[in-house]
Design a binder for this molecule. Structure first.
Ligand code: CDP
Length: 232
């Protein structure tokens, strides 16, 4: 496989639909940089939780806005696995805890949070060769991305995958709790005022409900090959 020009690939979709898995697999295969934009929103949420800016499901917007300049987010690959750092501390595992998942969508809808993170995300993509997954990558962050995928899967399949993933990491949670969180986040993410989750007009839908990890990767590689032919 020969792909010379390094393009921008935007992958959006619902909660736990396998976007990050696909993005990581593709990045490895193409030798591109992978950026999990959701991890950045999770990092800001963790900072807000630690500083008691979130109480009873409400964010103290003013306090978070004042503190936003103190938040430094970095990615680093360690033994081939991408880690995320918040103010130089590794928070890779902590951002996956239910407490963060339960609050991230109310933080991600705030204007000043999105402004800061979108700015940082655009900088990361300025040289191409990047695969970023999230909710607004094809619509807002990189509206000119050469390839846009909108990944989807049934709620049942998504619940089962996330449930197994959390359990494998030793997190005590029920299927019901996982399902409710996915539904709740999808609702908040799709109905928010700023940058709601939606399929970009020029995005290609990839429903992976019935696909294995390898099958979805092969499908995506075909799409990348078709797209890059136009640019080389
Ligand atoms: O891995 P999963 O699909 O469950 O979620 P994630 O990608 O880690 O994203 C966590 C949350 O961050 C989402 O539910 C959104 O509220 C928010 N997010 C966003 O608003 N915009 C993005 N580009 C990425 C994530």
């Amino acid at each position: 496989m020969k792909i010379s020009k390094k393009i921008i690939i935007a992958i959006d979709g619902h909660s736990s639909c396998g976007k990050s898995t696909l993005a990581k697999d593709l990045a490895k295969k193409l030798e591109y940089t992978f950026v999990d934009s959701g991890a950045m929103y999770r990092a800001v949420t963790l900072h807000a939780i630690r500083n008691n800016f979130i109480q009873n499901g409400r964010v103290d917007e003013e306090k978070l806005e004042k503190a936003i300049s103190e938040i430094e987010i970095q990615f680093e690959s360690i033994n081939g696995i991408q880690h995320i750092f918040l103010n130089n501390k590794d928070i890779t595992d902590e951002i996956r805890l239910p407490n963060v998942s339960n609050n991230v969508s109310i933080v991600a809808k705030l204007k000043h949070v999105r402004k800061k993170l979108v700015q940082q995300q655009r900088k990361m993509g300025c040289y191409g060769g990047i695969i970023m997954d999230g909710r607004d990558i094809g619509t807002v962050v990189f509206p000119n991305a050469e390839l846009k995928l909108f990944v989807t899967a049934s709620t049942e399949v998504r619940t089962e995958r996330r449930f197994k993933e959390l359990r494998a990491n030793g997190i005590e949670i029920t299927r019901e709790e996982v399902k409710n969180n996915l539904i709740e986040r999808d609702h908040i993410d799709s109905t928010r005022e700023i940058s709601p989750l939606m399929q970009a007009k020029d995005a290609i839908i990839l429903d992976n409900s019935e696909l294995t990890r390898l099958q979805q990767l092969e499908l995506a590689i075909d799409l990348v090959n078709k797209r890059t032919k136009d640019f080389n």
